[in-house]
Design a binder for this molecule. Structure first.
Ligand code: GDD
Ligand code: MN
Length: 356
Protein backbone atom coordinates (compact mmCIF):
# COMPACT_ATOMS: atom_id res chain seq x y z
CA UNK A 1 0.00 0.00 0.00
CA UNK A 2 1.38 3.42 -0.96
CA UNK A 3 -1.15 6.00 0.11
CA UNK A 4 -3.80 6.08 2.85
CA UNK A 5 -6.20 9.01 2.83
CA UNK A 6 -8.36 9.65 5.87
CA UNK A 7 -11.64 11.50 5.64
CA UNK A 8 -13.31 12.34 8.94
CA UNK A 9 -17.08 12.60 8.72
CA UNK A 10 -19.84 13.99 10.83
CA UNK A 11 -23.25 14.37 9.19
CA UNK A 12 -22.12 14.16 5.60
CA UNK A 13 -24.95 12.06 4.12
CA UNK A 14 -25.29 14.29 1.08
CA UNK A 15 -21.57 14.30 0.28
CA UNK A 16 -20.22 10.95 1.30
CA UNK A 17 -20.99 8.90 -1.80
CA UNK A 18 -19.65 11.56 -4.09
CA UNK A 19 -16.36 12.06 -2.28
CA UNK A 20 -15.71 8.33 -1.88
CA UNK A 21 -16.22 7.72 -5.57
CA UNK A 22 -14.12 10.68 -6.61
CA UNK A 23 -11.16 9.77 -4.40
CA UNK A 24 -11.22 6.11 -5.42
CA UNK A 25 -11.41 7.02 -9.09
CA UNK A 26 -8.38 9.32 -8.62
CA UNK A 27 -6.48 6.32 -7.24
CA UNK A 28 -7.46 4.28 -10.25
CA UNK A 29 -6.81 6.97 -12.82
CA UNK A 30 -3.34 7.71 -11.50
CA UNK A 31 -2.45 4.09 -10.72
CA UNK A 32 -1.92 4.82 -7.04
CA UNK A 33 -2.02 1.87 -4.68
CA UNK A 34 -4.28 3.65 -2.28
CA UNK A 35 -6.85 3.11 0.42
CA UNK A 36 -9.52 5.46 1.69
CA UNK A 37 -10.29 5.44 5.39
CA UNK A 38 -13.47 7.11 6.55
CA UNK A 39 -13.74 7.83 10.26
CA UNK A 40 -17.35 8.51 11.15
CA UNK A 41 -18.43 9.71 14.58
CA UNK A 42 -21.80 7.97 14.67
CA UNK A 43 -23.39 10.70 12.53
CA UNK A 44 -27.07 11.03 13.44
CA UNK A 45 -27.95 11.74 9.79
CA UNK A 46 -27.15 8.18 8.72
CA UNK A 47 -23.79 8.69 7.02
CA UNK A 48 -22.76 5.35 8.54
CA UNK A 49 -25.47 3.39 6.72
CA UNK A 50 -24.49 4.83 3.37
CA UNK A 51 -20.92 3.84 4.13
CA UNK A 52 -21.95 0.27 4.89
CA UNK A 53 -23.50 0.06 1.46
CA UNK A 54 -20.53 1.59 -0.32
CA UNK A 55 -18.17 -0.79 1.43
CA UNK A 56 -19.86 -3.78 -0.16
CA UNK A 57 -18.58 -2.86 -3.60
CA UNK A 58 -15.38 -0.93 -2.78
CA UNK A 59 -12.55 -3.01 -1.41
CA UNK A 60 -10.27 -0.01 -1.10
CA UNK A 61 -12.64 1.62 1.33
CA UNK A 62 -12.18 1.17 5.07
CA UNK A 63 -14.74 2.48 7.52
CA UNK A 64 -14.08 3.21 11.17
CA UNK A 65 -17.08 3.96 13.31
CA UNK A 66 -16.63 5.72 16.61
CA UNK A 67 -19.21 5.97 19.31
CA UNK A 68 -19.62 9.73 19.51
CA UNK A 69 -18.46 13.06 18.12
CA UNK A 70 -14.89 13.02 19.40
CA UNK A 71 -13.46 15.73 17.19
CA UNK A 72 -11.78 16.19 13.85
CA UNK A 73 -8.12 15.80 14.83
CA UNK A 74 -8.66 12.66 16.87
CA UNK A 75 -10.64 11.14 13.99
CA UNK A 76 -7.70 11.76 11.67
CA UNK A 77 -5.24 10.23 14.14
CA UNK A 78 -7.48 7.18 14.63
CA UNK A 79 -7.61 6.75 10.87
CA UNK A 80 -3.85 7.04 10.53
CA UNK A 81 -3.41 4.37 13.21
CA UNK A 82 -4.88 1.67 10.97
CA UNK A 83 -3.43 3.09 7.75
CA UNK A 84 -1.15 0.76 5.82
CA UNK A 85 0.32 3.27 3.36
CA UNK A 86 3.75 4.85 3.77
CA UNK A 87 2.14 8.13 2.84
CA UNK A 88 -0.74 9.36 5.01
CA UNK A 89 -3.22 12.00 4.00
CA UNK A 90 -6.29 13.87 5.10
CA UNK A 91 -9.06 15.75 3.37
CA UNK A 92 -12.62 16.88 4.06
CA UNK A 93 -15.75 14.99 3.04
CA UNK A 94 -17.66 18.02 1.78
CA UNK A 95 -15.81 18.34 -1.57
CA UNK A 96 -14.13 21.56 -0.45
CA UNK A 97 -10.81 19.95 -1.30
CA UNK A 98 -10.49 19.02 -4.98
CA UNK A 99 -9.72 15.26 -5.29
CA UNK A 100 -7.94 15.84 -8.60
CA UNK A 101 -5.18 17.58 -6.62
CA UNK A 102 -4.30 14.37 -4.76
CA UNK A 103 -1.87 13.35 -7.47
CA UNK A 104 -0.15 16.76 -7.37
CA UNK A 105 0.36 16.35 -3.65
CA UNK A 106 1.44 12.75 -4.00
CA UNK A 107 4.04 13.16 -6.75
CA UNK A 108 6.59 15.25 -4.82
CA UNK A 109 6.46 12.73 -1.95
CA UNK A 110 6.89 9.80 -4.29
CA UNK A 111 9.82 11.45 -6.01
CA UNK A 112 11.41 12.34 -2.68
CA UNK A 113 11.32 16.10 -3.34
CA UNK A 114 9.31 16.59 -0.16
CA UNK A 115 8.03 14.61 2.80
CA UNK A 116 4.92 16.71 3.37
CA UNK A 117 2.73 18.26 0.67
CA UNK A 118 0.04 20.77 1.54
CA UNK A 119 -2.98 21.88 -0.45
CA UNK A 120 -2.62 25.63 0.00
CA UNK A 121 -5.15 28.41 -0.42
CA UNK A 122 -2.73 31.18 0.40
CA UNK A 123 -0.06 30.87 -2.27
CA UNK A 124 -0.31 32.22 -5.82
CA UNK A 125 -2.84 30.14 -7.72
CA UNK A 126 -4.73 29.16 -4.58
CA UNK A 127 -8.07 30.60 -3.61
CA UNK A 128 -11.26 30.31 -1.59
CA UNK A 129 -14.71 30.32 -3.13
CA UNK A 130 -17.92 30.81 -1.22
CA UNK A 131 -16.84 32.06 2.16
CA UNK A 132 -18.35 35.17 3.73
CA UNK A 133 -16.26 37.99 5.12
CA UNK A 134 -16.48 36.73 8.71
CA UNK A 135 -15.17 33.27 7.94
CA UNK A 136 -12.44 34.76 5.74
CA UNK A 137 -11.32 37.04 8.56
CA UNK A 138 -11.29 34.22 11.09
CA UNK A 139 -9.18 32.11 8.80
CA UNK A 140 -6.78 34.99 8.10
CA UNK A 141 -6.23 35.78 11.77
CA UNK A 142 -5.67 32.14 12.68
CA UNK A 143 -3.29 31.75 9.75
CA UNK A 144 -1.29 34.87 10.58
CA UNK A 145 -0.88 33.90 14.23
CA UNK A 146 0.18 30.41 13.24
CA UNK A 147 2.90 31.85 11.06
CA UNK A 148 4.78 32.82 14.19
CA UNK A 149 5.60 29.11 14.32
CA UNK A 150 5.96 28.15 10.68
CA UNK A 151 6.80 29.63 7.30
CA UNK A 152 4.05 27.61 5.64
CA UNK A 153 1.55 29.96 3.97
CA UNK A 154 -1.50 27.85 4.83
CA UNK A 155 -0.82 26.03 8.12
CA UNK A 156 -4.60 25.73 8.76
CA UNK A 157 -5.22 23.69 5.63
CA UNK A 158 -7.18 20.50 6.15
CA UNK A 159 -5.78 18.89 2.99
CA UNK A 160 -2.27 17.42 3.04
CA UNK A 161 -0.17 14.30 2.61
CA UNK A 162 2.77 13.36 4.80
CA UNK A 163 5.23 10.47 4.94
CA UNK A 164 4.30 8.12 7.74
CA UNK A 165 7.83 8.09 9.13
CA UNK A 166 7.60 11.86 9.80
CA UNK A 167 4.72 11.62 12.22
CA UNK A 168 5.58 8.32 13.89
CA UNK A 169 7.11 9.61 17.10
CA UNK A 170 5.87 13.18 16.99
CA UNK A 171 3.37 12.81 19.85
CA UNK A 172 0.52 14.53 18.04
CA UNK A 173 -2.23 15.99 20.20
CA UNK A 174 -5.67 14.80 19.12
CA UNK A 175 -7.65 17.88 20.18
CA UNK A 176 -9.22 20.52 17.97
CA UNK A 177 -9.13 21.28 14.25
CA UNK A 178 -5.47 22.15 13.80
CA UNK A 179 -3.85 18.85 12.91
CA UNK A 180 -1.57 20.27 10.20
CA UNK A 181 -0.15 22.94 12.48
CA UNK A 182 0.62 20.22 15.03
CA UNK A 183 2.48 18.24 12.40
CA UNK A 184 4.42 21.30 11.26
CA UNK A 185 5.43 22.21 14.79
CA UNK A 186 6.19 18.80 16.22
CA UNK A 187 7.73 16.90 13.32
CA UNK A 188 11.42 17.29 12.67
CA UNK A 189 13.25 17.78 9.38
CA UNK A 190 10.20 18.29 7.20
CA UNK A 191 10.72 19.04 3.55
CA UNK A 192 7.61 21.02 2.69
CA UNK A 193 5.86 21.51 -0.62
CA UNK A 194 2.79 23.72 -0.94
CA UNK A 195 0.51 23.12 -3.91
CA UNK A 196 -2.11 25.74 -4.78
CA UNK A 197 -5.72 24.59 -4.48
CA UNK A 198 -9.11 26.17 -4.84
CA UNK A 199 -11.10 25.61 -1.66
CA UNK A 200 -14.80 25.66 -2.47
CA UNK A 201 -17.16 26.09 0.44
CA UNK A 202 -19.48 23.15 0.93
CA UNK A 203 -22.71 23.16 -1.03
CA UNK A 204 -24.38 20.50 1.14
CA UNK A 205 -24.47 20.14 4.90
CA UNK A 206 -23.17 22.44 7.59
CA UNK A 207 -19.66 23.46 8.66
CA UNK A 208 -18.64 22.32 12.12
CA UNK A 209 -15.93 24.94 12.60
CA UNK A 210 -16.71 28.11 14.46
CA UNK A 211 -15.35 30.77 16.71
CA UNK A 212 -14.76 28.00 19.28
CA UNK A 213 -12.06 26.53 17.03
CA UNK A 214 -10.30 29.89 16.77
CA UNK A 215 -10.38 30.34 20.54
CA UNK A 216 -9.02 26.87 21.14
CA UNK A 217 -6.28 27.62 18.64
CA UNK A 218 -5.33 30.76 20.54
CA UNK A 219 -5.16 28.76 23.73
CA UNK A 220 -2.94 26.18 22.10
CA UNK A 221 -0.57 28.61 20.40
CA UNK A 222 1.06 29.62 23.68
CA UNK A 223 1.58 25.95 24.47
CA UNK A 224 3.42 25.49 21.18
CA UNK A 225 6.16 27.83 22.36
CA UNK A 226 7.82 24.99 24.18
CA UNK A 227 8.28 23.11 20.92
CA UNK A 228 9.65 26.16 19.21
CA UNK A 229 12.38 27.45 21.50
CA UNK A 230 13.67 29.61 18.66
CA UNK A 231 10.56 31.78 18.91
CA UNK A 232 11.18 32.46 22.61
CA UNK A 233 14.79 33.12 21.82
CA UNK A 234 13.86 35.63 19.14
CA UNK A 235 11.34 37.27 21.41
CA UNK A 236 13.91 37.81 24.15
CA UNK A 237 16.47 39.16 21.69
CA UNK A 238 13.82 41.42 20.16
CA UNK A 239 13.20 42.78 23.67
CA UNK A 240 16.89 43.39 24.32
CA UNK A 241 17.24 45.20 21.00
CA UNK A 242 14.19 47.30 21.83
CA UNK A 243 15.74 48.28 25.14
CA UNK A 244 18.97 49.37 23.47
CA UNK A 245 16.81 51.31 21.03
CA UNK A 246 15.10 53.15 23.86
CA UNK A 247 18.46 54.07 25.39
CA UNK A 248 19.78 55.28 22.03
CA UNK A 249 16.59 57.25 21.50
CA UNK A 250 16.84 59.07 24.83
CA UNK A 251 20.59 59.72 24.54
CA UNK A 252 20.33 61.27 21.10
CA UNK A 253 17.30 63.27 22.11
CA UNK A 254 19.32 64.69 25.00
CA UNK A 255 22.46 65.38 22.97
CA UNK A 256 20.70 67.05 20.05
CA UNK A 257 18.53 69.20 22.27
CA UNK A 258 20.99 70.14 25.02
CA UNK A 259 24.34 70.16 23.23
CA UNK A 260 23.38 71.17 19.70
CA UNK A 261 20.43 73.33 20.68
CA UNK A 262 17.91 71.70 18.32
CA UNK A 263 14.18 72.15 18.91
CA UNK A 264 13.19 69.12 21.03
CA UNK A 265 10.44 67.90 18.68
CA UNK A 266 12.91 67.85 15.80
CA UNK A 267 15.43 66.04 18.05
CA UNK A 268 12.72 63.51 18.92
CA UNK A 269 12.01 62.75 15.27
CA UNK A 270 15.70 62.32 14.48
CA UNK A 271 16.32 60.16 17.53
CA UNK A 272 13.29 57.96 16.70
CA UNK A 273 14.66 57.37 13.20
CA UNK A 274 18.17 56.61 14.45
CA UNK A 275 16.90 54.22 17.13
CA UNK A 276 14.56 52.52 14.67
CA UNK A 277 17.40 52.02 12.20
CA UNK A 278 19.65 50.57 14.85
CA UNK A 279 16.82 48.26 15.98
CA UNK A 280 16.36 47.19 12.39
CA UNK A 281 19.98 46.23 11.83
CA UNK A 282 20.38 44.47 15.16
CA UNK A 283 17.17 42.50 14.68
CA UNK A 284 18.10 41.58 11.14
CA UNK A 285 21.53 40.19 11.89
CA UNK A 286 21.20 39.13 15.52
CA UNK A 287 17.55 38.33 16.38
CA UNK A 288 16.47 36.86 13.06
CA UNK A 289 19.95 35.84 11.86
CA UNK A 290 19.72 37.19 8.36
CA UNK A 291 22.53 38.32 6.10
CA UNK A 292 22.60 42.07 6.23
CA UNK A 293 22.31 42.54 2.45
CA UNK A 294 19.21 40.42 1.80
CA UNK A 295 16.38 42.72 0.63
CA UNK A 296 17.68 45.46 2.86
CA UNK A 297 15.59 48.34 1.45
CA UNK A 298 12.34 46.42 1.32
CA UNK A 299 12.78 45.07 4.82
CA UNK A 300 13.82 48.41 6.23
CA UNK A 301 10.59 49.85 4.89
CA UNK A 302 8.50 47.02 6.30
CA UNK A 303 10.21 47.39 9.66
CA UNK A 304 9.42 51.09 9.56
CA UNK A 305 5.77 50.40 8.78
CA UNK A 306 5.44 47.88 11.63
CA UNK A 307 7.26 50.21 14.06
CA UNK A 308 5.04 53.13 13.17
CA UNK A 309 1.94 50.96 13.39
CA UNK A 310 3.04 49.77 16.85
CA UNK A 311 3.56 53.35 17.93
CA UNK A 312 0.00 54.17 16.87
CA UNK A 313 -1.33 51.10 18.70
CA UNK A 314 0.63 52.18 21.75
CA UNK A 315 -0.84 55.68 21.69
CA UNK A 316 -4.36 54.39 21.04
CA UNK A 317 -4.30 52.04 24.02
CA UNK A 318 -2.65 54.67 26.22
CA UNK A 319 -5.53 56.99 25.36
CA UNK A 320 -8.27 54.37 25.84
CA UNK A 321 -6.97 53.05 29.15
CA UNK A 322 -6.42 56.54 30.55
CA UNK A 323 -9.44 58.41 29.19
CA UNK A 324 -12.06 55.68 28.91
CA UNK A 325 -11.14 53.43 31.83
CA UNK A 326 -9.64 56.13 34.02
CA UNK A 327 -6.42 54.25 34.71
CA UNK A 328 -3.40 56.25 35.91
CA UNK A 329 -1.49 57.23 32.76
CA UNK A 330 1.83 55.62 33.70
CA UNK A 331 0.14 52.29 34.34
CA UNK A 332 -1.86 52.67 31.12
CA UNK A 333 1.37 53.25 29.29
CA UNK A 334 3.00 50.15 30.78
CA UNK A 335 0.10 47.97 29.54
CA UNK A 336 -0.02 49.77 26.20
CA UNK A 337 3.70 49.23 25.65
CA UNK A 338 3.32 45.52 26.36
CA UNK A 339 0.51 45.14 23.79
CA UNK A 340 2.24 47.26 21.17
CA UNK A 341 5.48 45.40 21.75
CA UNK A 342 3.88 42.02 21.21
CA UNK A 343 2.29 43.23 17.96
CA UNK A 344 5.60 44.74 16.94
CA UNK A 345 7.30 41.39 17.40
CA UNK A 346 4.60 39.38 15.65
CA UNK A 347 4.39 41.85 12.76
CA UNK A 348 8.12 41.82 12.15
CA UNK A 349 8.45 38.09 12.62
CA UNK A 350 5.71 37.08 10.20
CA UNK A 351 6.04 39.91 7.70
CA UNK A 352 9.40 41.68 7.69
CA UNK A 353 11.62 38.73 8.46
CA UNK A 354 9.77 35.86 6.82
CA UNK A 355 11.32 34.87 3.54
CA UNK A 356 8.80 33.31 1.21
N1 GDD B 1 -15.31 12.22 12.62
C1 GDD B 1 -15.47 13.54 12.77
N2 GDD B 1 -15.68 14.06 14.02
N3 GDD B 1 -15.47 14.34 11.69
C2 GDD B 1 -15.63 15.66 11.85
C3 GDD B 1 -15.85 16.26 13.11
C4 GDD B 1 -15.87 15.39 14.25
O1 GDD B 1 -16.04 15.81 15.39
N4 GDD B 1 -15.98 17.61 12.93
C5 GDD B 1 -15.87 17.81 11.61
N5 GDD B 1 -15.67 16.66 10.95
C6 GDD B 1 -15.46 16.42 9.50
C7 GDD B 1 -16.55 16.97 8.59
O2 GDD B 1 -17.57 16.04 8.37
C8 GDD B 1 -15.73 17.26 7.33
O3 GDD B 1 -15.54 16.13 6.54
C9 GDD B 1 -14.39 17.70 7.86
O4 GDD B 1 -14.30 17.14 9.17
C10 GDD B 1 -14.24 19.22 7.92
O5 GDD B 1 -15.30 19.76 8.68
P1 GDD B 1 -16.09 21.08 8.21
O6 GDD B 1 -17.13 21.33 9.19
O7 GDD B 1 -16.47 20.97 6.77
O8 GDD B 1 -14.91 22.12 8.39
P2 GDD B 1 -14.71 23.53 7.68
O9 GDD B 1 -14.99 23.43 6.22
O10 GDD B 1 -15.42 24.55 8.43
O11 GDD B 1 -13.12 23.70 7.93
C11 GDD B 1 -12.20 23.27 6.97
O12 GDD B 1 -11.33 24.28 6.66
C12 GDD B 1 -10.47 24.67 7.71
C13 GDD B 1 -9.52 25.69 7.22
O13 GDD B 1 -10.13 26.88 6.99
C14 GDD B 1 -11.43 22.04 7.49
O14 GDD B 1 -10.65 21.53 6.44
C15 GDD B 1 -10.49 22.38 8.62
O15 GDD B 1 -9.66 21.25 8.90
C16 GDD B 1 -9.63 23.51 8.18
O16 GDD B 1 -8.82 23.93 9.28
MN1 MN C 1 -15.99 22.15 5.12
Amino acid sequence: MDLSIVIPTYNEKDNIKNIVQKVLSEFKKNKIKGELIIVDDNSPDGTGKILDNLKKSEKRLIVIKRKAKLGLSSAVLDGWKVARGNVLGVMDADLSHPPEKIIELYNPLKKGDANIAIGSRYIPGGKIIGWGIKRKMMSRVATLLSRVFTEVRDPMSGFFLVKKECIKNAGLNPRGFKILLEVLIKCKSLKIKEVPITFTNRIRGKSKAGIGEVLSLLKNLAGYLKYKKTVINEFVKFGIVGTTGAIINLSILYLLTEKLGLYYILSAIISFLVAMSSNFFLNKIWTFKEKIKIQIKKKYLKFGVVSTFSLLVNLTFLYIFTEVFGIYYLISQAIAIAIAWLLNFIGNKIWTFQNN
